[in-house]
Ligand binder design. Structure first.
Ligand SMILES: [Zn+2]
Ligand SMILES: [Zn+2]
Length: 199
């Protein structure tokens, strides 16, 4: 019996880890956002107080570095033109070159198939069945998010799904069949049900 205990403890820690990582990254994003807002407010006030000084400084700074600024602008416009020409070239080739178009379509088709496979893997990792009725057809299962964001078709394109793919960070979702998922949201919207999956 005592030999079993450390094994159990380590499994528990492994299960907790992804959630900790997720919460931490969410907190960090929130902190960054708050700090951006605060800086914006601070800069606005600072600008109002030192308006004339700042304008004078900007004028001098521009006069001193005039050539550098012009060069920078010219280069930026030039690079942009190059990028735009490249895009235009690809667009034209896509329309006029059937082989190029076929290759393009094929690779995007392959990417899509791979994504669908990954999505299935995701559903299997999340239990592979509806939490209400036990439906196990992966094609009709979808993740339900307690706060309702990035659900249905949007989930596969979400940052959460990419984070799961790339870093194994587990999003806070439960699987439901399309029927029960739809029903849950209807009841929630009517105020007839408090989300049972809301932590
Ligand atoms: Zn169901
Ligand atoms: Zn939902």
């Amino acid at each position: 019996m005592p030999a079993e205990q450390p094994k159990e403890a380590s499994t528990q820690i492994d299960n907790e880890k992804p959630h900790e990582v997720l919460k931490k990254s969410e907190l960090e994003e929130l902190r960054r956002q708050k700090s951006r807002e605060w800086k914006k407010e601070y800069n606005k006030n600072y600008y109002q107080i030192h308006k004339e000084e700042l304008k004078e400084f900007a004028r001098n700074h521009y006069q001193k570095n005039k050539e550098k600024f012009k060069e920078y602008k010219r280069k930026y416009r030039q690079d942009n033109k190059v990028r735009e020409r490249e895009r235009e070239r690809l667009r034209e080739r896509y329309h006029s070159d059937p082989e190029f178009r076929a290759k393009n379509l094929e690779s995007s088709h392959k990417r899509n198939l791979k994504l669908q496979e990954d999505y299935k893997r995701f559903k299997i990792e999340y239990g592979g069945k509806c939490t209400v009725c036990g439906e196990y057809d992966l094609d009709v299962l979808e993740p339900h998010h307690p706060d309702g964001k990035n659900e249905g078709g949007r989930f596969i394109k979400s940052k959460e799904f990419r984070d799961w793919l790339n870093y194994g960070i587990k999003p806070n979702v439960v699987l439901m069949c399309a029927n029960h998922h739809g029903k849950l949201h209807i009841l929630k919207a009517r105020g007839e049900l408090v989300d049972p999956y809301n932590p």
